[in-house]
Design a protein around this ligand. Structure first.
Ligand SMILES: [Zn+2]
Length: 214
């Protein structure tokens, strides 16, 4: 009877790992599964209009499940682990400046559907770790664009043209670090960089948690 009671308590109070199902650590992501995520090289994945774009890992296996869980399956707690993965990578870049960190914004229609912007949650956790200030108001998505994944690079850029609007009154005057989940062709970063540049903000670094397998 006692055993059944304990098992019942465990069920209530112990968190299961979202990835392997283990409740040993009572964490949403256990250390073993966290360690499975592999870092990409600690150098720019690409350079877009003179801006360094980093990609922390490859969009597959555990990292893919982490991003999909956070983005599509309401697993908000996973933002902490994605932010930690990105921050651990970021430490290797060794940029000592003080940043304002902005998430890739979602259009308000998309937020209505998903209830939250997963990258906003990630930026919040990232800033807690790094001691940077988040900035959720500097750049807004004003065009409800089609999902990018089915489009070619040219179509992506057209789809995204004039998609972002900068509210310069919200600028904190620090270098900008933009965080996104996946960098495929770099079109989203490119449009955001252009929108910021038009408003005189040129000191920019971009970092995506992942990029697709090449
Ligand atoms: Zn696990």
């Amino acid at each position: 009877m006692k055993k059944i009671f304990e098992a019942f308590l465990d069920l209530i109070y112990k968190k299961k790992c979202y990835f392997c199902g283990s409740s040993k650590h009572s964490l949403k992501m256990c250390p073993t599964c966290y360690e499975e995520m592999q870092y990409s090289d600690f150098r720019p994945n690409r350079i877009i209009n003179g801006v360094n774009v980093y990609s922390c890992g490859v969009y597959e296996k555990t990292l893919q499940k982490l991003i999909r869980g956070l983005k599509y399956h309401r697993q908000k707690e996973l933002a902490f682990y994605l932010a930690r993965f990105m921050y651990d990578y970021w430490l290797n870049i060794n940029d000592k400046r003080d940043f304002q960190v902005i998430p890739t914004p979602l259009h308000k229609n998309r937020i209505k559907k998903r209830k939250y912007n997963h990258m906003e949650l990630t930026v919040e956790e990232f800033c807690k770790a790094a001691g940077y200030s988040p900035n959720y108001d500097l750049i807004k998505r004003v065009k409800d664009t089609k999902p990018q994944y089915k489009l070619s690079r040219k179509e992506r850029l057209f789809n995204l043209s004039d998609a972002f609007e900068v509210d310069i009154s919200k600028n904190q005057g620090k270098p900008v670090l933009i965080l996104d989940d996946i960098c495929t062709t770099g079109a989203t970063f490119e449009e955001m960089i252009n929108a910021l540049r038009k408003n005189g903000i040129t000191d920019i670094v971009c970092m995506a948690s992942s990029s697709p397998v090449c």
